[in-house]
Every structure is written in structure tokens, then in C-alpha cells.
Ligand binder design. Structure first.
Ligand code: URA
Length: 433
């Protein structure tokens, strides 16, 4: 087999066989296929697409390109969750303890943030002492012990995706549905998931800008999962507004702590309960999503989810007491953005709020940038809330006066107050399974 023939085949819109896809993935990971040929192939896929059979084969070959977790030690069906990323998206940290408290173990490998979207691992890093890296044995032992662990992606999990994603990033081939779907699903499959719950976000703060694009991506991932024998459910959720009030790492941990003690913002609770309930359904502890939501709500009311969160932080070396007492470090320079008029706060642009948080130091411009874990934005008023002239709408936090000044300029253009209450789209658009 020759790579040039396979590029040509895809360029001409033909479907590749299992053996041909295996040849490409193995060859690329082992170094026999150079970047320039792989780029040409990725561009051919970008324009010609892939059939469901091809995409499922690609997913499986990528999942098998490195280590695969064996979660049989848990002695039960294992469900994983994935979000396509957004602004203020802290659902993993909220639903993890709730789902674990309801009897479905959560063993999650998460990423760091890049650009305007945050990453769960950065948020957890704002808890003093918290270890985001555990050995595979430690990770599994902790899940066995307390039902919950969240760590940074480790070892040699899906090396094909690492290499291909880096290439796509610099060859304008990221936004291809079969390449995104196989990238996401291969990581879930290599991580040992038998059930997969996907939060596919759409809107200005998301990767997919329109609901139509998000629907196609969700459908593709659900079909791949089901074809590969993994029960897969996708929730399409709106990301035109930041989720919750806090955007920034330690600020978000504090919001999660409030939410686990029954004081969470409505939008964050709605999305977390929906996703968590589907995890309970996929984990076979409840028969339907409504019962799942009731069980999760009980875990909040009884305090079981909150204590599970504290146990999880402690088990991974984190200072749970500091979280419970709200002693996390928040950046020292802070400024409010005050309402100029009295009225209803008009919708924010989630993407711009993400950029604002990044400008204040909370996000990475490149993979190598360092971040200020205490920086970010708090939406004192969410879209649709009433504000009096002179009251704070946003609160900005930064450790750097210049960044704060830059953020201040951006923030002035981000807020508007009107006499009419804005109509906000539903948070959960649909569930695809
Ligand atoms: N997230 C992923 O994990 N992979 C992609 O290709 C895009 C977003």
C-alpha cells in the first residue's frame, strides 16, 4: 500500500477500507508517513468527508494506537462524560461528585484550557496541593475507594490523536466533523468507557457556532459510539451565554463549592442535572432521566455530593478546608464594571467574555503560556436580570495592572442594559441518542 494512492482515493471522494485506515494511522504514529502526506490526507477528508463506517474505523484505530485503560477493577459498567468546551463550563466538577454519590463511579481524564475556553485541570490546579497527575494505579485505586477521580490526560493514551490534532491545528483542518468526532470518541474509548454522555455545545462561546453544526457533530459521535458498542447520548446545550457566573479557575471552583451546597446558578444546575442524570441512566442505576435528576437533587440536599467533593480533593492532596472556607487565592486587583442605566441586562457574547477572562490572565494564548489561576470575571448580573444604574454588572480580577487596564477597555463594550427583558434561547436544545 502507498500513502499517495490513499490520498488520491480520498481526494476523489472514495471511501477507504479498514485496512487502508489502519495503514494510515499505524504509519503516521510510527513515523513512516510524514506530516506533509498526512496533511494532504486531512485536507482531502476535510473536503470529501467520511462515511460513518470509515469514521468508526478511524476512531477505533486511533483508540488502539496507544494505551487503553482497563477499568474491570471497578466491577461495574463505566460511564464517561465529555464536553466540547465552553466559557464558565464547570459541569464536570459539579456533576462528578453528584453522580459518584449516586453510585456511578467517575474516572475522568480532562484537559487544560486553550484560548477562550477553560479546562477542568486548570480549575483543579487552583486548589492548593491538588495533584492533577496520578499513576494509572493510583487513579484506579482512588476511583475504587471513593468513586471519583479527575486527572490530566496521561501516558500514551491515543498518541495518534495527539499527533494528528497538532497537525490539524496548523493546517486549517480542525473543523472537519469526522476528524473532530473520531478525535473525541477515540479518547473516550481508550479511557475504557462503556457508556458515553456528550455535552455538545453550540453558540458564540462554543466550537460549533450553530445548532445545525452541533447536531451533525452530535449525531456522528452518537452513531460512532453505538456502532462500536458503547451506549452514547449527546445533549445539545446552548453556549451563547457563559455558564454560571464565574469565569476563571479559582473563581469557578468557588462557584462549584456554592453549587454543591445548594446555592448554584440556575443555568449551571440545569445543564449539570441533565448530563448527570443521563450518566445515571447509562450507568444503569436509574431507568429514566427524570428519576436521575431526582436522585442527583437528593445527593445535593443530603450533603452527600458536597462531602464527596471534599473527599475527592483531599484524596488527591488538595486543601479541601481552603475550599470549604473560601480561602482560594483570587487575584488581588479587581474592578467592577458599573451599569450606566437601569433596566434588564442584555445578553453577553460568551466568546468575548472568554477572551476578556483570557486577557485578565485566566486563559492561555498558546499551549505553553502560563496562567493566573486567580484571574477572571464574575457576572454579578446575568443576562435578563434587573440592574440599577451604578450597580456592578461585572467584576474583573487580575494580578497584573496592565492586564486589568486592557480588560477594563474590553469589558466596557461587553455590557448593555435595555428596557426590555431579552429573550434567551433554551439552554438544552435536544438530546440525541
Ligand atoms: N476536541 C477534540 O478533542 N478534538 C477535536 O478534534 C476538536 C475538539
Amino acid at each position: 500500500m502507498r500513502m499517495v494512492d490513499l490520498i488520491e482515493k480520498k481526494r476523489d471522494g472514495e471511501a477507504l477500507s479498514r485496512e487502508e485506515i489502519r495503514f494510515i494511522i499505524d504509519g503516521y504514529v510510527q513515523g513512516g508517513i510524514p506530516d506533509y502526506q498526512m496533511s494532504a490526507w486531512a485536507m482531502a477528508v476535510y473536503f470529501r468527508g467520511m462515511t460513518l463506517e470509515e469514521t468508526a474505523e478511524l476512531t477505533l484505530m486511533m483508540a488502539q494506537s496507544g494505551d487503553q485503560l482497563d477499568l474491570s477493577i471497578l466491577g461495574r459498567r463505566f460511564v464517561d462524560k465529555h464536553s466540547t468546551g465552553g466559557v464558565g463550563d464547570k459541569t464536570t466538577l459539579l456533576l462528578g461528585p453528584m453522580v459518584a454519590a449516586c453510585g456511578v463511579p467517575v474516572a475522568k481524564m480532562s484537559g487544560r484550557g486553550l484560548g477562550h475556553t477553560g479546562g477542568t485541570i486548570d480549575k483543579l490546579s487552583s486548589v492548593p496541593g491538588f495533584k492533577v497527575e496520578l499513576t494509572q494505579e493510583e487513579f484506579l485505586a482512588q476511583v475504587k475507594k471513593i468513586g471519583l477521580s479527575v486527572i490530566a490526560q496521561t501516558g500514551n493514551l491515543v498518541p495518534a490523536d495527539k499527533k494528528l490534532y497538532a497537525l490539524r491545528d496548523v493546517t486549517a483542518t480542525v473543523s472537519s466533523i469526522p476528524l473532530i468526532a473520531s478525535s473525541v470518541m477515540s479518547k473516550k474509548i481508550a479511557a475504557g468507557a462503556q457508556g458515553i454522555v456528550l455535552d455538545v455545545k453550540y453558540g458564540s462561546g462554543a466550537f460549533m457556532k450553530t445548532v445545525e453544526e452541533a447536531r451533525v457533530l452530535a449525531r456522528t459521535m452518537v452513531d460512532i459510539g453505538n456502532k462500536l458498542g458503547r451506549q452514547t447520548i449527546a445533549v445539545l446545550s446552548n453556549m451563547s451565554q457563559p455558564l454560571g457566573r464565574a469565569v476563571g479557575n479559582s473563581l469557578e471552583i468557588l462557584e462549584v463549592a456554592d453549587a454543591l451546597q445548594g446555592k448554584g446558578p440556575d443555568d449551571l444546575m440545569e445543564v449539570s442535572l441533565e448530563l448527570g442524570a443521563w450518566m445515571l441512566v447509562a450507568g444503569e442505576v436509574v431507568a429514566d432521566v427524570e428519576t436521575g435528576k431526582e436522585r442527583l437533587s437528593q445527593s445535593l440536599e443530603s450533603g452527600a455530593a458536597w462531602y464527596r467533593f471534599l473527599a475527592f480533593l483531599t484524596e488527591q492532596g488538595g486543601d479541601a478546608q481552603a475550599v470549604a472556607e473560601r480561602r482560594l487565592r483570587v487575584s488581588p486587583w479587581n474592578l467592577p464594571i458599573l451599569a450606566q442605566d437601569t433596566g434588564y441586562v442584555q445578553p453577553y457574547d460568551a466568546h468575548k467574555i472568554g477572551i476578556l477572562a483570557m486577557t485578565l490572565g485566566a486563559g492561555r494564548v498558546t499551549k505553553e503560556s502560563s496562567i493566573d489561576l486567580g484571574a477572571g470575571v464574575v457576572l454579578a448580573k446575568k443576562a435578563g436580570e434587573w440592574v440599577e444604574a451604578g450597580e456592578p454588572i461585572l467584576q474583573l480580577y487580575s494580578s497584573d495592572k496592565n492586564m486589568l487596564a486592557e480588560g477594563l477597555q474590553l469589558a466596557q463594550n461587553l455590557v448593555s442594559v435595555g428596557s426590555e427583558a431579552p429573550e434567551l434561547p433554551p439552554l438544552i436544545e435536544e438530546v440525541i441518542q
